[in-house]
Design a protein around this ligand. Sequence first.
Ligand code: F6R
Length: 250
Amino acid sequence: MKFYTFATAQHLAQHLAQELLTLIARKPKAVLGLATGSTMEPVYAEILRQNLANPVNVQQLSTFNLDEYLGLAPEHPHSYNYYMHQHLFHGLGLAKHQVHLPQGNCADPDLECANYTAAIAAAGGLDFQLLGIGGNGHIGFNEPGTAFDTPTHCVELTAQTREDNSRLFDNPAEIPSHALTMGMAEIMQAKEVVLVITGAHKADIAAALATSQPCPALPASALKQHPNARVYLDAAAASQLQAGTASAVA
Ligand code: F6R
C-alpha cells in the first residue's frame, strides 16, 4: 500500500477522475466498486466535468456500490442509491441495469447480501474499488473487528459511525441502526484499490493507518495486504504522517 499526497482535495479529485476515465476508455466493460459520502462528492463532480469536456463511452460499464442503509428504499433521499443517482449516475447517463447497490428495503437481508456477493462474482469481480474511510477506520461499513475474509453482510453500525453520519439527517433518530455492506473479502479481491482520505478531521486515522500492522481493529489496514492499493490524501489529512511516508503528486 503506497501513500500519495495532493495539495488540495480538488487536485486529488482531478487526478483520480482522470485515472478512472482513462481506465474506462481502456476497458469499456470495466467493473467499478464505488463509495458514497462527503469525500466522494468532489471526485464525482470532477468525473462529470471531465467527461463532459472529453466524453468516454460508459454504456458497457458496470458499477457496484459498497453499501446501503437497511430499511431505506432506493428513492429515499437519505439512501445511498439516491446519493449515487444525484452525484454520478444521472450525470453519466448510466442505465438501471449497469448500476448495483444492495437493496436497503429488501425482505431478507442475508439473502440480499448473498445475492450481492454472487452478482459481483458473476460480473467477473471488481476492476477498481474506490474507498473512503470512517473516523474509526471502517471501509464500506466494515466496522472495527470485521475479519478480512468476511463477504457482503448486514452490520449494526457503531455509535461513532452513526454520530459521524448524523450531519446528513435532519433528525439523528432517523439514522438507520443497520446497513448492508460489501465485505472485506470482495474489497480485497478488487484488482486495484484507491482509498481517499481528505480533511483535517481524518488526519488522526490517516496517521494510525500509516503505522498500523494489518489488523481487524482498523479495517482499512487490510489494504496493506493488497497487491495494488493506493492511499490518496490531501495535505490536511496527511498533516500527521511521519516524514517519508507519502510521495507528493500535486
Ligand atoms: C460510503 C462508505 C463509507 C465512507 C466513510 C467516509 O459508501 O462506504 O465507508 O466512505 O464513512 O465517509 P465520508 O466521506 O462522508 O467522511
